[in-house]
Design a protein around this ligand. Structure first.
Ligand code: FRU
Length: 449
């Protein structure tokens, strides 16, 4: 099987050419391209390799070029991993900030000692060739209440200053964020911290942004309690409304495979989110690992706010370009479709949509449930649920081995990997009738390694 065009390859999602992918990094629009960097270990698919940054770029978010690995752990300050970070455009230059991970030799618990977490600044004029690395913050610069888990700088411009938010774990095992500001992207001043009582031991990958006049803090907390319809995965990712204090934590995605998302602003002002379409420490697996690669990113989703400040996510409109023929699926009918496909429907009451009779999507008017009835199909995934007491519509992006399900205008989203035998699957509908579009795959060119 060709590793680039093999049957299991996703057609609408960015995957690593070989090896392992996790968080999206450095999302930005610069020099005529959307840039999507990502946590990348090219030489091994199980996540145990040293983290680098891989790089995709695109003019339109539907045809992409992989330019190769652009940041390597090659200095004393990032010798054990070029961890997650972000990018801002200033002065015709893309400024990248990431965490340089350092594991010290010796006897350490690697929580209170033994780990260096450096904020490193690099610049690029073309998105590919990087400047020298400069460390702008190191452990001694963080407040005394922090453990050595401080990482994932997200930088933005606001009110005439540069701002940075970092995720952290305190010495008392509380997740929190740290805020810094700068006038020159070089000297950073600590401004304060924020947190919520009893909300996990570590907050990773923070992000701060405004949508529809509301302020939001997105974080990926670790150590939350699990419930039947909430926090069902090993770790969570969600957003707080942050207009006054941190309130109303809402998970970005209720499915099996979502973590560490990042947002950025497109040139036309849209706020766009991309997540890691995967998660660490899960009981379920991905059979592509045996083929030498694992994980992908979610499709870019536009983020808007409803009148109550609830965020809605929907596939960016660029994906409409990929639609080919359409057909109608009536209530009670079963149809064979070819992946990738898209399904959209208005919802008027309870419904069930089933893929090959092995993955059921069920809404009973109160709870939405995504349920695998076949273990091979789900590769260990079982069931995920969310409270959904109203639902006006559903739309599903079905790729070769994933579903992204957008409910009620995108207020609730479920993403899952699934592993059908081939790209022909049956869809059956009860209580609902739908439009199904077959989709053209994205073009992906591999320019580097
Ligand atoms: C989240 C994360 C980040 C870290 C990166 C390392 O998945 O743990 O906190 O920077 O992955 O790959």
């Amino acid at each position: 099987m060709s590793f680039v065009n093999g049957k299991c390859r996703q057609q609408l999602h960015l995957e690593p050419p070989m090896g392992w992918l996790n968080d999206p990094n450095g999302l930005s629009f610069f020099g005529g391209y959307y840039h999507v960097y990502f946590q990348y270990s090219p030489d091994n698919a199980d996540g145990s390799g040293k983290k680098c940054w891989g790089h995709y770029r695109s003019c339109d978010m539907i045809s992409w070029e992989f330019t190769g690995t652009v940041l390597f752990p090659d200095t004393p300050d990032d010798k054990d991993g070029v961890y997650s970070g972000s990018a801002v455009v200033y002065d015709d230059t893309l400024h990248i900030f990431y965490t340089g991970n350092v594991k010290e030799e010796g006897e350490h618990d690697y929580i209170t000692s033994g780990r260096g977490a450096n904020v490193i600044h690099v610049t690029t004029k073309d998105g590919v060739t990087m400047s020298q690395k400069k460390t702008v913050l190191r452990n001694s610069d963080y407040p005394d209440f922090c453990s050595c888990h401080v990482r994932d700088p997200k930088v933005w411009r606001e009110g005439g200053k540069w701002h940075m938010v970092l995720g952290a774990r305190t010495l008392l095992n509380k997740g929190c964020v740290l805020f810094y500001t700068s006038d020159d992207l070089d000297k950073w001043e600590y401004m304060g911290t924020d947190s919520v009582p009893d909300f996990g031991y570590m907050w990773e990958c923070p992000d701060m942004f405004t949508v529809g006049g509301h302020r939001y803090l997105s974080v990926s907390p670790q150590g939350l309690e699990h419930y039947e319809t909430k926090n069902q995965n090993a770790f969570q990712s969600g957003y707080f409304l942050s207009d006054s204090g941190l309130t109303d934590f809402t998970e970005w995605d209720m499915g099996f495979d979502f973590y560490a998302p990042q947002t950025f602003e497109a040139p036309d002002g849209r706020r766009i989110i991309i997540g890691w379409f995967g998660i660490g420490d899960s009981a379920y697996t991905n059979p592509t690992t045996a083929l030498g690669y694992q994980h992908c990113l979610t499709i870019p989703r536009e983020v808007t706010a409803d009148e109550k400040g609830r965020l809605m996510q929907n596939p960016v409109r660029e994906l409409l370009e990929l639609r080919k023929e359409s057909r109608h699926l009536s209530n009670g009918e079963t149809a064979e479709i070819t992946l990738p496909s898209e399904l959209t429907a208005d919802v008027h009451g309870s419904f069930k949509i089933s893929f090959d009779g092995k993955l059921d999507l069920v809404w009973d008017g109160k709870i939405f449930e995504l349920r695998f009835t076949d273990n091979k199909y789900g590769s260990g995934r079982t069931t995920r649920k969310a409270v959904l007491d109203k639902c006006s519509d559903i739309s599903i992006i079905a790729d070769t081995s994933s579903l992204e399900i957008y409910l009620d205008g995108g207020r609730t989203v479920f993403g899952t990997r699934f592993y059908p035998d081939n790209e022909r699957v049956t869809v059956s509908a009860e209580g609902i009738s739908a439009e199904i579009f077959s989709l053209r795959g994205m073009e992906v060119k591999y320019l580097g390694e």
